[in-house]
Write a protein that binds this ligand. Structure first.
Ligand SMILES: Cc1ncc(COP(=O)(O)O)c(C=O)c1O
Length: 390
């Protein structure tokens, strides 16, 4: 008797998604989570969104701001961000330079999709935020990892050698996962490199620009005025204003590139939430003193991490200068993934350094965006578990 052929169920995705999955450096889990585990894994401010911003969103909603916003984003918000950027970085900036995006992630993805082609070479100084390589994989672009030097600065000689054959450099500054801020001299040499290679673009992800420590100078790529036609800078409301769940970011780019980025962004996302954009106007009015207080509070926690880790045998670290991450190297025979699993067993969740590029192997990322008490408990567990690894 003939049986009907079983229809083949499709389980594979597009080549784009298969490329992301197969090249992902992210381990599938942070390890078995024990009840009562302390998480030092998340890149998320512990404070909720400031009340004034929440109230602005509620007011927008109750006054009926629930309909589609313009495709290019709220003109008032674009204008306010342009003004803010011009004042902060002494850089002439108009509304046409601003693309409003679905978080920083939406801005990064739209920029890459708008400006990079399959097969293009993208230079990525690392260790760095893992999303850039995922975007490159989605597009089918080739990632050229450029490990940072031992002091955490850029390997500008290698970047220079690779520049002529590349389309883009992606820079995370201040750094996730390293917490390092690139020196002014690195940024200026990078600006010169761009001028020497007019076909090369710099995508600077400055998600943590408002979180720097010890009064140290942070040089934004937006200040490299001589190369400004080649620079795209991506920011987010997520970290500065503790608005991770609101999904709002923005890109600053030369007008013609901004239009291309917006074309991709609106094709994928449509318009952004109306009331979120209204509330963002209030976020931009946050007094500098409040932003400084938030940075100071992260600095206090950074100090706790540095104090504890610098005394631990077998653990080395360049002190974080910004963002809210520490990236210690642990001199162990275990891999980063294995160490992450061991820490989870010991009741502290961290991230494996290998997620952040090849030279992240041997490191662990600790987020200190959690409350002080959890941080101290998590670090105590870290310290006792690490003794068994080195
Ligand atoms: C360096 C960096 N860029 C971008 C993002 C993404 O931000 P958003 O939550 O706004 O998409 C993150 C989030 O952790 C980040 O660390």
């Amino acid at each position: 008797m003939e049986t009907a052929a079983t229809p083949l169920l499709r389980t594979t995705g597009s080549t784009a998604v298969e490329r992301i999955i197969s090249s992902s450096r992210r381990p599938r889990s942070l390890g078995a989570k024990k009840p009562g585990a302390v998480s030092l894994a998340m890149g998320e401010p512990d404070s909720g969104t400031p009340t004034a911003i929440v109230e602005a969103a509620v007011n927008a909603l109750t006054s009926g701001r629930t309909r589609y916003a313009p495709m290019a984003g709220s003109p008032e918000l674009q204008h306010a961000i342009a003004k803010h950027t011009a004042a902060r970085y002494s850089r002439p900036t108009e509304s046409g330079n601003i693309v409003l995006t679905h978080g920083g992630s939406g801005g990064l993805a739209a920029t890459m999709l708008a400006l990079v082609n399959p097969g293009d070479r993208i230079l990525i100084p690392e260790p760095t935020y893992s999303l850039y390589a995922d975007h490159a994989a989605m597009i089918g672009a080739e990632v050229i990892w450029v490990p940072n030097l031992a002091d955490g600065s850029l390997d500008l000689d290698t970047l220079q050698q690779e520049a002529a054959a590349a389309e883009m450099i992606v820079l995370c500054n201040p750094g996730n996962p390293t917490g390092r801020v690139y020196p002014d001299s690195d940024l200026h040499r990078l600006g010169q490199l761009l001028q020497d290679n007019p076909g090369l673009l710099l995508l600077a992800d400055e998600a943590y620009a408002d979180i720097t420590f010890d009064g140290g100078a942070f040089t934004s790529a937006l200040t490299l005025v001589d190369a400004r036609e080649q620079i795209i800078c991506c920011s987010t409301f997520s970290k500065t204003y503790a608005m991770t769940g609101w999904r709002l970011g923005h890109v600053v780019a030369p007008v013609q590139l901004a239009e291309k980025i917006n074309t991709i962004h609106r094709t994928i996302n449509g318009p952004l939430s109306t009331f979120v954009q209204d509330a963002a106007m209030t976020a931009l009015e946050t007094p500098d003193a409040d932003l400084q207080a938030a940075a100071d509070s992260y600095q206090q926690r950074r100090d706790v991490v540095v104090d504890l880790l610098s005394g631990l045998p077998g653990v080395e670290m360049l002190p974080p200068q910004g963002a809210f991450y520490a990236f210690p190297k642990i001199n162990s025979a275990l891999t980063s993934d294995e160490m992450t699993a061991r820490f989870a067993e010991a009741g502290v969740l961290v991230r494996s350094g290998s997620e952040f590029g090849p030279s992240g192997e041997g490191h662990i990322r600790i987020s200190f965006a959690t409350d002080l008490e959890s941080l101290q408990e998590g670090l105590a567990r870290f310290a006792s578990a690490v003794k068994e690894m080195v």
